[in-house]
Design a protein around this ligand. Structure first.
Ligand code: TYC
Length: 123
């Protein structure tokens, strides 16, 4: 039988290889293998906090400008934060989430509003 790549089913990226330890060309046995393959990056949510002073339309504008929400979605998220005390604006890799928080805080500070946002790891 011709042995081509097509005959070898791919194994899942995130599980260790099956079967006995490999024997290298010099005949020695590899006793240990790295158990885990590369993991997807940990994700971080940007959470915006309610306060009594920041105008609702400012929050809606921030959600549109920095989180890519349309006006209706932004309004829903803003009202959720207003009623619940906090709300998730988006989920990103760590550096992107940090940058979003910096942008929100800078815009709020510049406008003289006390709006706060934080990042937290998902899970
Ligand atoms: N509570 C604010 C008000 O009544 C509105 C607001 C919503 C402020 C969401 C912050 O993250 C926030 N003007």
């Amino acid at each position: 039988m011709k042995f081509t790549m097509a005959t070898i089913p791919p194994r899942p990226l995130h599980s260790p290889p099956a079967g006995p330890p490999a024997v290298d060309e010099g005949g020695s046995v590899v006793a240990e293998r790295q158990a885990l393959r590369v993991q997807p990056p940990r994700m971080y949510q940007v959470v915006m906090l309610n306060d009594d002073y920041t105008p609702m339309e400012f929050v809606v504008g921030v959600l549109q400008e920095f989180f890519g929400k349309d006006h209706e979605t932004a309004t829903q998220i803003m009202l959720h934060i207003h009623l619940d005390g906090r709300g998730v604006c988006g989920v990103y890799t760590r550096d992107v989430a940090s940058t979003k928080v910096e942008q929100v805080l800078a815009a709020a500070h510049q406008a003289g509003h006390p709006l706060q946002a934080i990042t937290e790891p998902v899970e």
